[in-house]
Ligand binder design. Structure first.
Ligand code: AMP
Length: 563
């Protein structure tokens, strides 16, 4: 019986199995090793869609689709998809069900047990939530493994005899995680965990896009939705190209202009200096916190798609006076490590992973307004006060000013989460106070958050000029699901159909056409609608030959439109 290794990631998930003496990645129905961690609900067929098609539907059906739910594991948050609500555990279970199905199709046998990776900073509640998700998906979670430990295993750290020390740097789409691991006698201890929730590959794409707009005298707001989305895709491609060659080009028609833009790697690296600086800070913090000298490290391992940018290798080499280790595909490292741990487990040689639980697992902050022009404000932005991964107990304070003349109150809604926008985070309380009427910006409050080892958050709001103080206690420690709740969830998930695997490609084509329809206007839109309708009609015919030929035709049409 196969013991599956699963990297249940925030953006993508992967499955891997130990086969013929090595970790082997298992492709999904679309032939890809990476399945986007996105779930969508199809109200028409009442089916759940998982992966690439669901990712396409994030744009065309945002109210029925959800991503990054891993960040809400172990919380009481309810996530709504149309007329249904789910806990993050249930969404992860649906994801795991799909991965289990893909593994079974590939292996030709039933899979009932798995090793799943979790971030090193995950709290007890988040770890239990991951195990419950497995149980809901019909998988016994034999073992959880810390993501950096899995990465280190993929690089063979368990094969060394002496004590060794590693740093794992994981730069994904939206976050940076830095861990220091100490490995001795089959035990891995996470000595320090640090990071930045607001730094990832997307920030580098953003910086390159800003350079493009500046050099071409364009403003983002002057571009329509379709142009913005095309520009994003072109800039993302250029960013990848600059990782392998010293220069690249973008040819695009925008705002009625044909633009040919040439960019060198040097220019790109010049415009991301502020991000490079942010990248080095958590690395220095991890070394400082663990009182480890960089010279004590045996290896620095790079994980996550964004570590393919060449400046990272030079920066790490400069800081540590050694080349980082990165020869395994950075997207696949963690999944490979989970399969190695599964194989060691089967031989009773699994590594013991000492867990780091004395950190705050989420970012805590308040909703604020930001200035968008003279006297123009936009609400719904998140101001982090205590950042995820800080060692607890921790206390931090921020100052907030009034934004309107004669404002009478300052209201602070408290959120936990990692998103820049509060609508994507979880509201956990509200604290407010009256302030004396005055000119905008003259009055202020100091808001202090103190988070302790039991997951209790104390918020204190103090008005600057009057000294008036308000206090709020929020018990943020997530309670795990009771056995009755698990039974209830099991029944609920058993009732939900996951879209059949055989139709995955057709479903993805429809989702992609729907997204293209959203992005375009006018004649092109009418054309896409027609292609979509014809394809749906062919699917209804259930004539396999006709469907296969229509599929090829539509794929080439979409390639032309996207190109
Ligand atoms: P992950 O979440 O680990 O899959 O990381 C995804 C991030 O890695 C995205 O922001 C991608 O733009 C970025 N990425 C992937 N490949 C490359 C590459 N060749 N060069 C630069 N960034 C990349």
């Amino acid at each position: 019986m196969a013991l599956l290794g699963i990297d249940l990631g925030t953006t993508n998930s992967l499955i891997c199995v130990w086969k013929d003496g090595q970790p082997t990645l298992i492709p999904n129905a679309l032939g890809s090793n990476l399945t986007p961690s996105v779930i969508s609900y199809d109200e028409k067929s009442q089916e759940i869609i998982v992966g690439q098609s669901a990712k396409e539907r994030l744009i065309s059906h945002p109210e029925l689709s959800v991503a990054t739910f891993k960040r809400q594991m172990g919380t009481k948050a309810q996530i709504t998809l149309g007329n249904r609500t789910f806990k993050a555990e249930e969404l992860s279970a649906l994801m795991l069900k799909q991965l289990k199905q893909d593994a079974e199709a590939y292996l030709g046998c039933e899979v009932t047990e798995a090793v799943i990776s979790v971030p090193a900073y995950f709290s007890d509640a988040q770890r239990s939530a991951t195990k419950i998700a497995g149980e809901l998906a019909g998988l016994k979670v034999e073992r959880l493994i810390n993501e950096p430990t899995a990465a280190a295993l993929a690089y063979g750290i368990h094969e060394g005899l002496e004590e060794q020390m590693f740093m794992v740097i994981d730069l994904g789409g939206g976050t940076l995680d830095v861990s220091i691991l100490d490995v001795f006698d089959n035990i891995v201890e996470v000595r320090a965990s640090s990071g930045n929730n607001f730094l990832g590959g997307e920030d580098f794409t953003q910086a390159l896009k800003e350079l493009f707009l500046k050099q071409n005298n364009l403003q983002l707001i002057a571009l329509d939705k379709n142009e913005q989305s095309r520009l994003n895709a072109h800039i993302e491609t250029l960013k990848h190209a600059l990782s392998i060659s010293h220069e690249g080009e973008v040819s695009i028609s925008l705002a009625g202009r044909e633009i040919q833009w040439h960019c060198t790697r040097t220019e790109f690296e010049k415009c991301i200096q502020h991000l490079i600086k942010q990248f080095t800070l958590p690395i220095e913090r991890a070394l400082r916190d663990s009182k480890i000298e960089s010279s004590q490290l045996n290896k620095v391992i790079l994980v996550g798609g964004a570590t393919r940018m060449p400046w990272i290798r030079s920066e790490v080499s400069r800081m540590f006076k050694m080349l980082p280790t990165s020869h395994i595909d950075p997207d696949e490292v963690v999944a490979r490590g989970t399969a190695i741990q599964a194989a060691l487990k089967a031989r009773n040689e699994a590594l013991n992973d000492i867990v780091l639980t004395d950190v705050c697992p989420y970012t805590l902050g308040v909703g604020i307004v930001v200035e968008r022009g003279v006297n123009q404000y936009e609400s719904g932005h998140f101001l982090p006060i205590i950042e995820r991964n800080m060692t607890v107990p921790v206390s931090r304070e921020k100052r907030l000013h009034t934004v309107h003349d004669n404002q009478e109150q300052i209201v602070c809604e408290i959120f936990q989460g990692e998103s820049r926008l509060t609508k994507n985070n979880i509201s956990i309380g509200k604290i407010q106070s009256d302030v004396p009427k005055d000119k905008a910006g003259e009055q202020f409050v100091d808001i202090r958050f103190t988070y302790n080892i039991n997951g209790i958050l104390e918020a204190i709001l103090k008005v600057g000029t009057t000294g008036k103080t308000e206090r709020l206690i929020i018990n943020n420690s997530a309670t795990n699901m009771s056995p009755e709740e698990i039974e209830e969830s099991l029944a609920k998930l058993n009732d939900i159909k996951i879209h059949p695997r055989e139709n995955a490609l057709n479903k993805q084509i429809i989702a992609q056409l729907e997204r293209l329809y959203e992005e375009h206007l006018g004649d092109m839109r009418t054309y896409i609608a027609q292609v979509l309708q014809d394809f749906e009609n062919t699917l209804l015919s259930q004539n396999e030959q006709a469907i296969a030929s229509a599929r090829n035709q539509v794929l080439s049409i979409m390639k032309q439109i996207e190109g």
